[in-house]
Design a protein around this ligand. Structure first.
Ligand code: FES
Ligand code: FES
Length: 188
């Protein structure tokens, strides 16, 4: 069946979704409202609904955006990643979960801000896999945590970066030794 004129197509967490303006959304709907209310991705939160808290952060083609500040129409043809699209062993999720340290504390208390911080951190690490503490603080400056977990959140992001680096080194090492074994096998 042909799509209605004005239909938009988003790829959300790897799944292609076509939304028809005659029944699925209104042209003035924000991306956050379509993701939450129409598609059920309630991980992202809408707190201020005016670009001031970061709770609604998602990735658009790998970059962190405030989904309350853009129209769903503007995401047409783009890839959207919400926290539901991350695997359980995602290094940022794991670092937030495990963070608990004297002097820093925990990265999560009530957890309301967490999806926004995690996605903002993902956006940072996509662009800069080895950030300094200052770069982490700057990248997350638009996100608000009412529980005041800022030091632990920043610390968790640095740990996630270290984990990503270690995993990449492990994968590269495995690939090299795999290639070595293959070479040895062909010369055996
Ligand atoms: S809900 Fe989007 S920035 Fe606050
Ligand atoms: S953990 Fe409660 S708002 Fe951040």
């Amino acid at each position: 069946m042909a799509s209605h004129a004005g239909a938009i197509t988003l790829v959300v967490n790897g799944s292609t979704v076509t939304l028809d303006p005659s029944r699925d959304f209104h042209p003035s709907d924000t991306l956050s409202s379509v993701l939450r209310d129409r598609l059920g991705y309630t991980g992202l939160k809408v707190a201020c609904d005016q670009g001031a808290c970061g709770a609604c952060t998602v990735l658009l083609d790998g970059r962190a955006v405030l989904s309350c500040m853009m129209l769903a129409l503007e995401a047409d043809g783009h890839e959207v990643l919400t926290i539901e699209g991350l695997p359980a062993d995602d290094p940022v999720i794991q670092a937030f979960y495990e963070q608990c340290e004297p002097g820093y504390g925990t990265a999560m208390q009530c957890g309301f801000c967490t999806p926004g911080f995690v996605m903002a951190a993902k956006g940072l690490l996509n662009e800069n896999p080895d950030p300094t503490m200052d770069e982490v603080k700057e990248a997350l400056a638009g996100n608000i945590c009412r529980c005041g977990c800022y030091p632990a959140i920043a610390r968790a992001v640095l740990k996630a970066a270290a984990t990503m680096k270690a995993r990449a080194a492990g994968a590269a090492g495995a690939a090299t030794s795999g290639a070595g074994s293959a070479k040895e096998a062909t010369h055996a």
